[in-house]
Design a binder for this molecule. Structure first.
Ligand code: NI
Length: 161
């Protein structure tokens, strides 16, 4: 088990576009394992490779409606989106900030798993938000970009105290 350092807002790495994974090497598998440990330890909902300093198109998300199942998405691509939701969102790389974001209510993502097999995953509600949030990271986009509303300190108190 290895915990990776989570890069925080202000570091240029978070703004870079990630490269496609061309081959699933032992290094990629180790990265997936380490990202999982890091995500669980940080108590997050998802984690993208640039958040640990790796500019590759890899993201992990947790499905809280399905026994906290962890999905490993390699080269994820959103292939369908419908509806709209506006909910509260945060990010391990942007600690103590929360914002209402506008996301599709339902999305389908196509990705490759650690065995090199392509799969699709459809998520609604929170899972849809996670898929969008993590794939955005791979293009250097953060949830606070174009958020509907970033919570003020007073609002944060209302929500969390
Ligand atoms: Ni994030």
């Amino acid at each position: 088990m290895a915990l990776l350092n989570i890069i925080k807002l202000g570091d240029d790495i978070l703004r870079k576009k990630c490269r496609k994974v061309e081959e699933i090497t032992p290094r990629i598998l180790t990265l997936l394992d380490d990202m999982k440990d890091t995500l669980l330890k940080a108590d997050g909902a998802g984690l993208a490779a640039p958040q640990v300093g790796i500019l590759k198109r890899i993201a992990l998300i947790i499905d809280f409606d399905d026994n906290n199942k962890i999905y490993e998405l390699i080269n994820p691509e959103i292939i369908a989106a419908e509806g709209e939701q506006q909910e509260l969102e945060g990010c391990l790389s942007v600690p103590n900030e929360w914002a209402i974001t506008k996301r599709p209510m339902k999305v389908t993502v196509r990705a490759t798993d650690r065995n090199g097999c392509e799969f699709t995953l459809t998520g609604e509600g929170m899972l849809a938000r996670e898929i969008c949030h993590e794939t955005d990271h791979l293009d250097g986009k953060l949830f606070i970009d174009g958020a509907v509303h970033v919570l003020t300190p007073e609002e944060k108190k209302e929500y969390f105290e």
